[in-house]
Ligand binder design. Structure first.
Ligand code: PXP
Length: 242
C-alpha cells in the first residue's frame, strides 16, 4: 500500500502573501497527521518564498510521522538538512522564475553536485530521494549516485491533453517503477496529482509513496485539512485494492 505524504508548502504560500503569521504550516502538519498523513513534506527553497527557516525546527518537533524535506542540492540548504535531520531529503531542481517545481532534477548533468549532497545527507543518517523524470538514464544514474529512493515526476501524466497521451504517460511510469525496483530503489511519485486523476497512478504496482500538495490544500479550504487528507488516503487505498 503506498503511503501519503502531504505537502504543506501551499499553506505557507498563503501566509507569505501577507508576510504574517497565519495560516501556520506547522498547524497544517498537525492537522494533516490527524487526517492520517503518513508523511509531511515541505520544501525549503533557497528564495524562502513559502517555508521559512523558523518553520524547519518546529516541523521537526511536531511531526511524529515521516518528515520529508524537499531541497535543491545547494550546500547552504544541505547544511540546514544535516542540522535538522528530517527522515528523508528529496533533491529537486529549483529555478527562481518557476511557479512550482517543474520537471525533474537532471542527475546525469548535475552528477558532481548531486553526488556530494547525497554523501553528506547519507552520512547524517538521512534517507535520500531524487525527484526525476521517468527516463531510464536518470533512474540508472540515481542508483549509481547512491540514492535510496526516486520520486518520479508525474507531471506528464497530470498535464496530458488526450486519453492516448495519458495512457502513454501511465505506461512510462509503470515501466520506470519496475526499473527503479530492479535498481533496488524505493519508488515514489508526485506532482500534479489530484482527487480526479490519482487513482490510475496509485493502481500502478510498486509505488511506495506519493507526495501530494496543491489539490489537498485546495480541497481543505472548503472541507478542512483533516477531511481532505482522509479522502485522499482513501482514494490511494481503494486504487490499490481494485
Ligand atoms: N513532489 C515534489 C518533489 C514536488 O516538488 C511537489 C511540488 O511542491 C510535489 C510533489 C507536490 O506537487 P503538487 O503540489 O502538484 O501536488
Amino acid at each position: 500500500m503506498p503511503t501519503l505524504g502531504v505537502n504543506i508548502d501551499h499553506v505557507a504560500t498563503v501566509r507569505q502573501a501577507r508576510r504574517t503569521d497565519e495560516p501556520d504550516p506547522v498547524w497544517a502538519a498537525a492537522e494533516a497527521q490527524l487526517g492520517g498523513a503518513h508523511c509531511i513534506t515541505f520544501h525549503l527553497r533557497e528564495d524562502r518564498r513559502h517555508i521559512i527557516d523558523r518553520d524547519v525546527p518546529l516541523l521537526k518537533e511536531v511531526v511524529a510521522c515521516k518528515l520529508n524535506m524537499e531541497m535543491a542540492a545547494a550546500m547552504e540548504i544541505v547544511d540546514i538538512a544535516v542540522r535538522t535531520r528530517p527522515t528523508q531529503c528529496t533533491l529537486v531542481p529549483e529555478k527562481r522564475e518557476e511557479i512550482t517545481t517543474e520537471g525533474g532534477l537532471d542527475v546525469v548533468r548535475m552528477a558532481d553536485r548531486v553526488g556530494e549532497a547525497v554523501r553528506r545527507l547519507k552520512d547524517a543518517g538521512i534517507i535520500v530521494s531524487a525527484f526525476i523524470e521517468p527516463v531510464p538514464a536518470q533512474i540508472e544514474k540515481s542508483a549509481a549516485l547512491g540514492f535510496d529512493a526516486i520520486e518520479l515526476w508525474t507531471g506528464a501524466y497530470a498535464h496530458a491533453k488526450t486519453p492516448a497521451d495519458r495512457e502513454i504517460a501511465l505506461r512510462t511510469l509503470a515501466d520506470s517503477v519496475q526499473q527503479g525496483i530492479r535498481c533496488a530503489l524505493e519508488v515514489h511519485g508526485g506532482h500534479g496529482l489530484t482527487y480526479r486523476n490519482v487513482s490510475p497512478v496509485a493502481a500502478i504496482p510498486g509505488f511506495s509513496e506519493f507526495n501530494i500538495g496543491h489539490s489537498i490544500i485546495a480541497r481543505a479550504v472548503f472541507v478542512g485539512l483533516r477531511k481532505a487528507v482522509r479522502e485522499m488516503r482513501q482514494l490511494l487505498e481503494r486504487a490499490v485494492m481494485r
